[in-house]
Design a protein around this ligand. Sequence first.
Ligand code: NDP
Length: 412
Amino acid sequence: MDDAMNRGRIMIIGAGGVATVAAHKCAQVPGAFRDIMIASRTLSKCEAIGSDIRSRYGREVRTAQVDADNVAELAALMRSFEPDVVLNLALPYQDLHIMDACLETGVHYIDTANYEPPDEAHFEYSWQWAYQDRFRQKGIMALLGSGFDPGVTNVFAAYAQKHLFDEIHCLDILDCNAGTHGHVFATNFNPEINIREVTQVVRHWEEGKWIETPAIIGEGSVHFSFDYPVAGVKDSYLLYHEELESLVRNIKGLKRARFWMTFSENYLTHLRVLENVGMTRIDEVDYEGRRIVPIKFLKALLPEPASLGTKYTGKTVIGNIMTGTKDGRDITRYIYNVCDHEEAFKETGTQAIAYTTGVPAMIGAMMVLTGVWRGAGVYNIEQFDPDPFMEALGSHGLPWQVTEHAALPGKV
Ligand code: NDP
């Protein structure tokens, strides 16, 4: 982007928990974000975020109704608002449509989750990486995965590669939510996307290939107890997560990459029952003469993730344990962030999962908008200099620490 052309204009698409946090955070940085629009399917949700921001920071936010699956409608809205960047915080189903609209209008694109086709519970970067040449030719950039995981965890790996290691051999990403929200069963982000993710067969990277293990609710799922800083000992389950796909390409010398997430026995029991009775199905079924998709019906019954914040207490602890070499020595380092649900709620009206995603989404947008990160084409976040992003994390509510640690068990 030509600096002279940068008007500090951001269009946020989506009005859920993550978009709420990102909008608050953009409003807190008026020097970078001079003009903010929130556009989503339900206008009243955009207006509610706008009015909260007006009362907290005295800033006006523009709002609009848009169907982000309709490229022509999106492009028309972009032509009228003329944003410098679009921050996609709708659902992964919309990624390609929003990228198409960005291509049509010449606007930079940022998201936090890779594309997933609605009729197949499968996510991978190939669909978005396929836009590489078109984005390059148009002279615009797409920054993929600027949430926490993917997002901050990728930046932690890039930072470790730049400053702490000569070579990283083993990467373990550990995601712990030690908070309680008071509901018997709820998901911390969009229930449909969340349940599709956690019911999948698990994969991790080892010695140049993907190894499959059973889903977290299946017989033989892989888990271990890990003693998290602040949160204590929690059962952590091996899970496939999208950042593994780009990190094994971009972090040199990786021999093993795994992702772990904490789940309570209560959560897993509910999920098992829902799966067993067919409530997590993503195909259409007949219900009293109507076609319905069970997982969409389930989403309608579960609490809105954005509403969980009111009673949420406890912390999230998310970070990377990395083992490799430095100056001929084997070393292991742990980089992590601790975030508090109640603090997040006080500041933005949402819980820490949305907070830890919305803050890096704003920072990624700021890196692109201010030209600190520049490029033409499609990039994963670890491909840029991690230093300005790491610095911004500390000053915008997600401070991090680096400690020495013992290597985690496993082959390699
Ligand atoms: P929500 O379901 O709370 O919000 C999604 C928003 O997108 C809703 O406001 C919804 O509208 C809107 N939307 C959906 N479809 C359309 C459409 N066709 N046109 C316009 N708007 C649409 O989700 P979250 O805020 O929890 O999550 C947002 C994104 O963040 C997801 O992609 C999720 O995968 C990602 N995420 C990433 C994480 C990371 O660390 N990288 C962690 C957590 C989430 P309506 O209000 O009408 O339903």
